[in-house]
Design a binder for this molecule. Structure first.
Ligand SMILES: [Mg+2]
Length: 389
């Protein structure tokens, strides 16, 4: 028995995305607000960067687990401090399945998707950290892994910063051993035909830089509509994209399903979807070829496993959104998770001169396009306490 004694939630006033978040605030990238001219130019014009929320759960035996999430962090703090915590204190920490279900049911009046699920995700991740630490094993071993080791990662960057810079950046990733890389589209319907041509040129430039033996994919971050996408995929088909990501709003599954009928380019999405119920709808609609849950949003490791099982039975791979140890452990324990995302520093960019405290101690970094997990118990990282000051 290892009863939960203390649940704390801390709010770090900085993004889990680090310097990438700063870069994306000012560059031209298509977003869901692209159709509104006052918000068209940059994501920074509308985005709420709420920092990150870190949940720490301590058992009566003195074992502490950490979990984390982002987006809506003040609200998440309230959900946990004023409500969810009461369902955890005094309960057996290893009974993760039942605890998840209680949290989900108790939060239904305000939950089901969004920030309430971010809160449950962070709690779930902390409970898995405890489970590993209690038995002295890494989480992926508790998940029955490794199913493959190391885990391939793809380079995710290639912002539209000019053809020469982007081509040099893409070539650097090939030299660094990446076999796949993802770029961001600058434009959506708000920029009309000219923007479509610029989108195509961005993709053509990267394909030209890396040749035919590297996978390239591209992300529209919920910024397109069906007619726009229908025209864009015709223009993009010659470049053999490995996938086209998040073309539409997460709830617009009809457009995703229709687009799949329009093109041979695999259609992906799901980083803003929640729980097995949300992903089941994507699967039933045959709306996507690749599912991209984020375990810090969709319900944690517990729910990620269920989503992966649904995906497997539908013949779909799961390629989680964003980097982090949660996704490394998940990939090591999931047969239909062939790779994960990583955000390298582009060769044309660098960190600011001021010293920046790392968010995690012990987070493994990819080498030669793959990442290896340590044998540390639990999730294998500790959150740097200095990020809270
Ligand atoms: Mg994305």
């Amino acid at each position: 028995m290892s009863l939960i004694k203390i649940v704390t939630i801390k709010h770090a006033n900085r993004s889990i995305w680090g310097h990438l978040a700063e870069r994306e605030k000012s560059l031209p990238l298509v977003t869901p607000l692209d159709i509104y001219p006052q918000f068209q130019e940059t994501r920074g014009s509308w985005f709420w960067d709420s920092g990150m929320a870190v949940v720490e759960i301590e058992t009566e035996d003195g074992v502490t687990g950490s979990g984390w999430c982002e987006d809506g962090c003040d609200t998440i703090k309230n959900f946990i401090e004023l409500h969810l915590k009461n369902l955890l204190i005094g309960q057996e920490a290893s009974e993760i399945e039942g605890l998840w279900d209680r949290l989900f049911r108790a939060s239904l009046p305000y939950g089901r998707k969004g920030a309430a699920l971010h809160a449950i995700s962070a709690i779930d991740i902390a409970l898995w950290d405890i489970a590993g630490k209690v038995v002295g094993k890494p989480v992926y071993e508790l998940l029955g892994g490794p199913v493959r080791d190391p885990i391939p990662v793809y380079a995710s960057a290639l912002h539209p910063v000019g053809h020469e810079k982007v081509a040099a950046e893409a070539k650097t990733y090939v030299e660094q051993g990446y076999k796949a890389m993802k770029m961001r589209f600058p434009y959506g319907p708000g920029e009309g035909v000219k923007g479509m041509r610029t989108n195509e040129e961005h993709i053509a430039n990267v394909r030209d830089a890396v040749g035919d033996d590297i996978e390239i994919m591209a992300d529209a971050y919920m910024g397109w509509d069906f007619l726009y996408a229908k025209k864009m995929v015709r223009m993009l088909e010659p470049y053999r994209l490995a996938w086209l990501e998040e073309a539409f709003l997460p709830d617009d599954l009809n457009s995703y399903a229709k687009l799949r009928q329009e093109t041979d380019i695999p259609i992906s999405g799901g980083e803003h979807e929640y729980t097995r119920f949300g992903f089941q709808q994507i699967i039933e609609k045959e709306a996507m070829d690749i599912l991209q849950p984020d375990l810090r949003r969709c319900g944690g490791i517990t729910e990620g496993r269920k989503i992966a099982a649904l995906a497997y039975s539908a013949g779909l791979p799961v390629i989680p959104h964003a980097y982090g140890v949660t996704h490394i452990h998940f990939a090591l324990g999931t047969v239909n998770c062939p790779m994960i995302e990583y955000f390298p520093m582009p060769c044309w960019d660098s960190l600011p001169d001021v010293e920046v405290e790392p968010i995690f101690h012990g987070e493994p970094q990819p080498e030669n396009g793959v990442v290896r997990m340590t044998q540390e118990p639990g999730l294998g990282v500790s959150v740097n306490p200095k990020i809270f000051s």
